[in-house]
Every structure is written in C-alpha cells, then in structure tokens.
Design a binder for this molecule. Structure first.
Ligand code: ZN
Ligand code: FE
Ligand code: FE
Ligand code: FE
Length: 169
C-alpha cells in the first residue's frame, strides 16, 4: 500500500485487513463445522458462518463508501490461525477431544476479530465517522457473542465430555 500519511489511511488499511480475515473465514468455517461432533457446537459454527457472510459484506460496503476497493490486503494473522486450525483438525483425537480443540481454535479467531474491530471502531470514533462506528459496533457485538457462545458450549458440555473420554480411554 502507498505511504500512509494520516489515521484515515491506517483505518482503511485495517478495514482491508478485516475484509481479508472475514473472506478467509468464509472459506475455512464450513470445514470446521463439518469436523465438529457436538450438535450444539456445529450449530453455533454454522450460525456464525452466516453472520460472517454479512460481516464481510458490511466491511466491503464501508470500504466502498470511502472509495476503497475491497481485497487489497491479506490478513497474515488469520492465515496463521486457519493454518493452525487445519493442523489441529488433522491430528488424531477422539471426537470429544476434537470438539474441545475446535473451540480452542475458534476462540482464538474470535479474539483476533474482537481486537481488530475494537481498533477500527476507536479509529472511526476519532475520525468522527459516526455511521462507520455503528456498523462496526454491530459486527463487534456479533464477534463477542460468538466468543461467549463458544465459552458456554465448552463449559456447559464439551470439556466435560472430553474428560469422560479420557477416563474411559
Ligand atoms: Zn495491512
Ligand atoms: Fe467475523
Ligand atoms: Fe490481520
Ligand atoms: Fe467471528
């Protein structure tokens, strides 16, 4: 990207990064949902895949509203998080332990997104972009809810089942 001279340039670059992150997730999430055994986990991942589609569209529209064409960046962090998820999914585990491992990977992704959207929201606030703040907040809240849902699935059933698996070997 061209030399960034002001916060607005960095704001747009960060939005491009998030657009790339969401795009990569759109490709990766179906495989992760398929790998999950817990019905509750599968359903949560599938629901978040649907949200991810709308998030990608919202970020694209934000970029376009600033005359930026989406797709200029590759989010290397998301690339790494997905590579790690694929590695984990290739390891030998009982289905119960795999569900716990999938949640561990998925929550890393959600935390990365929460961090990214938190940053662009505070940039948008500084830049006085009230409409952008609203859109970003709607995405931020979905990422937070997805993270909390994963915690509740882990703590409500998946972790316990993974323990039971180890005692019965
Ligand atoms: Zn960048
Ligand atoms: Fe997202
Ligand atoms: Fe990134
Ligand atoms: Fe997410």
């Amino acid at each position: 990207m061209a030399k960034m001279k002001e916060l607005k340039d960095l704001y747009l670059d960060e939005l491009q990064d998030l657009y790339s992150a969401e795009s990569q997730l759109l490709e990766a999430l179906p495989k992760v949902a398929k790998k999950a055994t817990s019905k509750e986990l599968k359903t949560a991942l599938e629901a978040h895949l649907e949200e991810t589609k709308t998030q990608q569209e919202k970020v694209a529209k934000l970029l376009e509203s600033h005359d930026e064409k989406p797709g200029k960046e590759t989010c290397l962090a998301m690339k790494g998080l997905i590579a790690e998820t694929n590695k984990v999914m290739g390891e030998e585990m009982t289905p119960e332990v795999m569900d716990a491992a999938i949640i561990a990977c998925a929550q890393r992704v959600e935390h990365y997104e929460i961090s990214g959207y938190g940053t662009v929201r505070s940039f948008a606030e500084s830049l006085g972009l009230k409409g952008d703040v609203k859109v970003i907040t709607s995405i931020f809240e979905q990422e937070e809810a997805a993270d909390q849902k994963l915690s509740s699935i882990a703590e409500g059933s998946v972790n316990e089942k993974a323990m039971a698996g180890s005692s019965s070997k």
